[in-house]
Design a protein. Structure first.
Length: 114
């Protein structure tokens, strides 16, 4: 079992940047495929980016070229670097871990507004 704790959210103007972090408390972090999802008000939760144990990455079309997912297994942490943020990126961002079972963090709010 793993507990996920996200941080790094906040308010930023359009065009700005934020870096989200998700620390996994538990064992075997390197065995987990990790992902970032987001959920905007009135919308379904959607995949933003994911990174496998072999560091293969996948991105939603809406964030390609602007967001970068990475992981540091030594720190049991996955990151989401978000650049050129747009108002439509406003959402609660959730960290997800997948290996045998799926786990979610509590979420961190990202607000992009002028």
């Amino acid at each position: 079992q793993v507990q996920l704790v996200e941080s790094g959210g906040g308010s930023v103007q359009p065009g700005g940047s934020l870096r989200l972090s998700c620390v996994a408390h538990g064992s075997f972090f390197s065995f987990y495929d990790m992902g970032w999802y987001r959920q905007a008000p009135g919308k379904q939760r959607e995949l933003v980016a994911e990174i496998t144990t072999g560091r293969t990455t996948n991105y939603a079309d809406s964030v390609k070229g602007r967001f970068t997912i990475s992981r540091d297994n030594a720190k049991s942490t996955v990151y989401l670097q978000m650049n050129s943020l747009k108002p439509e990126d406003t959402a609660v961002y959730y960290c997800n871990a997948q290996w045998r079972s799926g786990y979610w963090g509590q979420g961190t709010q990202v607000t992009v507004s002028s």
